[in-house]
Every structure is written in structure tokens, then in C-alpha cells.
Design a protein around this ligand. Structure first.
Ligand SMILES: [Zn+2]
Length: 299
């Protein structure tokens, strides 16, 4: 029997690189449930797999969804929407490019208008490679067919939905949607409630732009708005402001450590973000948040 000890560093590297792929391949999609919560009359939050938020807006004219979750969770998403309304699906709005928000377009998009920032249509319509994997372009029915550059107002089911592009935060093409009459603000992944946010730098995201977008939102929407992010619990405006403030504090801690000459690796080693460990439990860990911030902080 070979009792040679394994090299722990090598195993950690293996886990770091391959765990997301393994997790994705082994995900039990059918077991993912959808939890429905009413945010305002006709506006429901469908929380898919305890992780991704979809908003369903129902009324006389039909159903509008904001984000579509994964391709694999379309069956349970359809069932959850069906429990709210027997009207046809008319619109899907994509807040941004990522597959946990756009994947469902593939199963929902036939005969439906899909609305997004124009850069989302370009992205989904282009073949991409992710490491070794080739991800084909979405078929036409799953791509946005109504796009805009800055803002778009949609009158539907007796409400005005104000859609606004907020670039250089989470990605370059994120939009937020405000239901004027319902006073519900849908922020997509410009809000990872209770968690460190994912800033997709390779797709035009920027950590400082992210914080600026939050500041702008806090200053420009009603203090009593109901706020739904792409991930995490529903927030009040006060909670959104507190979350932003917490992120600013973590940026200051990382910045100060960099000024003192610590490398990103040394910061992780020293666990300088340990007081905020709870925020690293979802997707962006303490270490990944340090890696996100470090290159952008001046000395
Ligand atoms: Zn995202």
C-alpha cells in the first residue's frame, strides 16, 4: 500500500482550477426549487435554487420576466410562473450577459421579445471559448431582439418600467429596471446582497465603477423602494446603503495593506478581511475579493 503523503499545495491548485467545472457538471438541476415571494401587486421574485433571482411581472397583457436563470431550470421556472398567471409570456429582460441570468432564454425565448443592452445581444450572438470549452452562439430565438444604449421605458400591464444602462460596474452592459408604480427596483448583479460582489473585469466590470453605480442608485431612487438583486435577499434602500458602506470599508482595508507594501498573497495569508468572513461564503471569497481589488488600488 502506498502511504506517500499527497502534496497539499498541488491538490489545492487542482481544486481551485477544477472545482467550478466539477460543481457545474454534477449540479442536480432537477432538484433545484423555485421560491416565490410577492414584492408588490403583480410583481414576484422567483428565487431559483436558493441562488439566482428572476422577477415575474404579471397582469392583463401577459407575463414579463426579468432574467431567465439557467437553461436547465426552465421547467421549474415555467411551473412557478404558471402558478402566478395563465397569460402568455410576452417579454424576457436580461440584466446582463452571464449564463445564470440568460441561459433560460434558450427555453423561454421562442416567440417572446427579449430586451437588453445592445452589448448583451452582441455577446450572446458570438461563439466564445472558456478554457478548453467552446460555447456556441445562442440561436436567434434566444438572443435579445429589442436593445438599447442608454435607457428604455416600457409600458406594460398598466405600469412603466424604466430601464437604465449602468456601465463599468458588474460588466459593461448591465441594466437596472425600476417599476414606477410598484416602486420595485431590480438591480441584477449590481447587487449581491450580503455577499462580496462578482466584478467581471474581463467583460468590462470595474470595482470602483461598481461602487459608483451603487452610489448613484442610492441617490436617485426612492428611499422606500423594494430592492431585488441578482443574488441574496431582498433589500431596503437603507440595507443597500449599508452594504455599499461595508464594501467601501473592505476596499480601504485592502488599500491600506497595499500602501504598507503587502502583496495580494500576503493579504490572503494574513486574512485581512476576516472581520467580513460572512460575506465570502457564496461565490466571491475573501481571497477573490482581495484579488479583484488589488490591481486597481494605487500606491
Ligand atoms: Zn452576473
Amino acid at each position: 500500500m502506498n502511504l506517500k503523503p499527497m502534496n497539499p499545495t498541488k491538490n489545492l491548485v487542482f481544486l481551485f482550477i477544477f472545482l467550478p467545472l466539477i460543481a457545474n457538471a454534477q449540479r442536480d438541476w432537477a432538484a433545484m426549487t423555485v421560491e416565490t415571494t410577492e414584492l408588490a401587486p403583480g410583481i414576484h421574485r422567483l428565487f431559483v435554487g436558493g441562488s439566482v433571482s428572476v422577477i415575474a411581472f404579471t397582469g392583463e397583457e401577459g407575463v414579463l420576466l426579468i432574467d431567465a436563470a439557467y437553461e436547465q431550470t426552465v421547467p421549474q421556472l415555467k411551473a412557478a410562473v404558471g402558478a402566478l398567471s395563465d397569460k402568455p409570456l410576452r417579454y424576457v429582460v436580461n440584466t446582463h450577459i452571464h449564463g445564470d441570468h440568460t441561459g433560460g432564454n434558450l427555453g423561454l425565448g421562442e416567440g417572446v421579445d427579449i430586451i437588453s443592452h445592445h452589448s448583451v445581444k452582441d455577446y450572446l450572438g458570438t461563439e466564445r471559448t472558456q478554457g478548453e470549452r467552446v460555447i456556441p452562439a445562442f440561436p436567434v430565438h434566444a438572443r435579445p431582439n429589442i436593445t438599447f444604449s442608454h435607457e428604455l421605458d416600457l409600458e406594460f400591464n398598466g405600469q412603466t418600467l424604466q430601464m437604465l444602462h449602468l456601465p463599468e460596474g458588474h460588466t459593461k452592459g448591465d441594466i437596472i429596471i425600476y417599476f414606477q408604480e410598484g416602486n420595485v427596483l431590480v438591480m441584477g448583479d449590481l447587487l449581491f446582497a450580503d455577499n462580496f460582489p462578482f466584478v467581471d473585469v474581463s467583460n468590462g466590470g470595474h470595482p470602483f465603477g461598481y461602487l459608483e453605480n451603487l452610489e448613484w442608485i442610492i441617490a436617485n431612487y426612492p428611499a422606500d423602494a423594494v430592492i431585488s438583486g441578482g443574488h441574496g435577499p431582498v433589500y431596503t434602500m437603507d440595507e443597500l446603503a449599508a452594504w455599499r458602506q461595508t464594501l467601501v470599508e473592505t476596499v480601504e482595508v485592502v488599500h491600506e495593506a497595499k500602501r504598507q507594501g503587502l502583496s495580494a498573497e500576503e493579504m490572503k495569508e494574513a486574512r485581512i478581511l476576516e472581520p467580513w468572513a460572512d460575506m465570502g461564503r457564496f461565490f466571491i471569497t475573501e481571497d477573490r475579493w482581495i484579488d479583484t481589488l488589488y490591481p486597481f488600488l494605487p500606491l
